[in-house]
Design a protein around this ligand. Structure first.
Ligand SMILES: NC(=O)c1ccc[n+]([C@@H]2O[C@H](COP(=O)([O-])OP(=O)(O)OC[C@H]3O[C@@H](n4cnc5c(N)ncnc54)[C@H](O)[C@@H]3O)[C@@H](O)[C@H]2O)c1
Length: 328
């Protein structure tokens, strides 16, 4: 399948990952519908898609994935659904587990049911490396047992299981992509790089929850978008769970220092008590994505961080409101 002239639906298409996907899909010649409720987890998402509103191949539906009837309408005549809508934020979901369940689990079930009814040709689900929790070994490969340690991770895994059950029971062409710590321009303001930048750019000390030794496999947005598009094109990905991560782990205290260095600051990060539900390490084994999708990540953390912080400096005020949302 090609994407030119195809009708695609991007749920959560105004968000960080979704909006980058929308940019590429429009470039590739798809007819793109975005379904997004502009959830108040953070503000400013309208700007992510503002440059497309006058395109004849772009349509916006302001609605929730939890509304089944709207999902049925939105999937009518659609070839591919990229299901990116979700309640992100591990810490936020610890405070709001019911919301995480409603959006991530019930919302995904609605997407699947609507896609089944409308005979959509492919559904891509944005899952998460957090489903591994505290794993038995590293690097993380898809066959390892899952062990969610937070309500967010549990909800992402439950939705993944629904996807696989629909693939098995109804032979639906569904693919689950486990994204690893995606970062880049338009990133969510609650993400760690921006939390560090908020402080470092004001010559304050970035705050680390825990001792700083926890690691993440940071994956730049353009690499995530390319994997997602490839997955939509490959039949071999049907019914599969596939890791999408760069394949290198970086300690959180190192990231804090990289951000401080970018701002020319000689401050040290401040360590605060960690929180339950955090996970100690992620490191992606991305062999399956390389083999099955022909994908290769290209952007190192050093390069991607500079691009991200340059964008952050241009849009600094966007970070403010999410701080309130995350602590409410
Ligand atoms: N960013 C990452 O590092 C990462 C890692 C793993 C998985 N994911 C998953 O990728 C997806 C996109 O994440 P993101 O980082 O772009 O987050 P994001 O918050 O920027 O994007 C999510 C989008 O979904 C929308 N949304 C929320 N609830 C909705 C609802 N009920 N109905 C319709 N739209 C709704 C939001 O308004 C937002 O535009 C999420 O499902 C997330 O769980 C992200």
């Amino acid at each position: 399948m090609e994407l030119v002239n195809k009708s695609v639906l991007v749920t959560g298409g105004a968000g960080f990952i979704g909006s980058h996907l929308v940019d590429q899909l429009l470039l590739l010649g798809s007819k793109v519908t975005v379904l997004d409720n502009f959830d108040n987890f953070y503000v400013g998402k309208e700007r992510n898609i503002a440059h497309h509103v006058n395109s004849p191949r772009f349509r916006l539906i302001r609605a929730s994935v939890t509304d089944f009837d709207t999902m049925l309408d939105a999937t009518d005549g659609v070839d591919v659904v990229f299901h990116e809508a979700g309640q992100a934020g591990v810490r936020y979901c610890i405070k709001h587990p019911q919301k995480a369940h409603e959006v991530n689990v019930t919302g995904t079930l609605n997407v699947l049911l609507a896609a089944k009814r409308q005979r959509v040709k492919k559904v891509i689900y944005a899952s998460s490396s957090s489903v591994y929790g505290t794993p038995v070994r590293f690097p993380l490969e898809e066959s390892l047992p899952t062990n969610p340690t937070s309500p967010y991770a549990a909800s992402k895994l439950a939705a993944e299981k629904y996807c696989l059950a629909f693939a098995e029971t109804y032979k639906m062409p569904v693919t689950c992509l486990r994204y690893f710590s995606v970062y880049g321009p338009r990133g969510r303001p609650d993400q760690v790089i921006f939390a560090f930048a908020d402080k470092a750019s004001n010559n304050e000390r970035p705050v680390i929850y825990g001792d700083g030794s926890q690691t993440r496999d940071f994956t730049f947005i353009s690499d995530v978008v390319s994997a997602t598009l490839l997955a939509s094109l490959r039949e071999e990905s049907n019914g599969q769970v596939i890791n999408v991560g760069f394949g290198k782990e970086t300690r959180i205290d190192k990231v804090a220092r990289m951000v401080l260095e970018y701002y020319g600051s000689n401050k040290e990060p401040e360590l605060r008590e960690g929180y339950d539900g955090d996970f100690p390490r992620t490191l992606c084994n991305n062999s399956k994505a390389r083999t099955l999708l022909g994908w290769q990540p290209k952007v190192s953390l050093e390069d991607g961080l500079k691009v991200t912080l340059r964008w952050y400096d241009e849009r600094k005020n966007q970070a403010v409101d999410v701080r309130k949302a995350v602590t409410e």
